[in-house]
Unconditional design. Structure first.
Length: 184
């Protein structure tokens, strides 16, 4: 009899231990892994930014500092800035080249701008195809080795205060392997 009580007691102990420790499903795990990231200048990255191709005509409004491209329409160059109540189209400011083996969709995230509605980005494909100014989706695509010459439309208000726009634009490149996108 004592042996049966022991076996039954051992079985109850085992069942209780399993219930207390769970079913083996994982809730949290932490693992340390190595990550290696190289930061390249705009001219050498996955998207290569350049202001040197001969197809560019408005590079006087583009500055490259510490490897990053900046658009300058604030009078720091040849003029004193943009006129109020005007619409400007600056074609071919800089070029983006796809250095990956994939087709990439390029979009312009303008959420970093104070006056998002005043800016529209457009492109000329380096093969001569034009996506005209004034379209509202601010995107394009390019195949491996393809390039886009980037332009911008700027609409200024009736009166332009000093430092009217000092924000930033993020250029996003997304692999289109899951989409049917025509490339330039």
């Amino acid at each position: 009899m004592e042996r049966r009580k022991f076996v039954v007691g051992l079985g109850a102990l085992t069942t209780g231990t399993a219930a207390a420790t769970g079913t083996g499903a994982l809730s949290i795990q932490e693992s340390t892994r190595d990550v290696n990231v190289d930061i390249a200048s705009d001219s050498d990255g996955t998207l290569a930014f350049s202001t040197h191709p001969s197809s560019l005509e408005n590079t006087q409004f583009v500055e490259t500092t510490d490897g990053q491209v900046t658009l300058q329409f604030d009078g720091q160059g040849e003029n004193d800035g943009l006129n109020p109540d005007s619409t400007y189209h600056f074609d071919n400011l800089f070029q983006i080249t796809n250095t990956t083996p994939d087709t990439l969709e390029i979009t312009f995230d303008k959420t970093g701008l104070d006056n998002q509605a005043a800016f529209d980005f457009y492109y000329h494909g380096t093969n001569g195809n034009l996506r005209p100014p004034g379209r509202d989706n601010d995107s394009g695509s390019m195949g491996p080795g393809g390039g886009l010459n980037i332009g911008v439309t700027i609409r200024t208000p009736d009166s332009v205060p000093e430092n009217w726009e000092t924000g930033s634009v993020t250029i996003v490149a997304k692999n289109t392997a899951d989409k049917n996108v025509d490339s330039i």
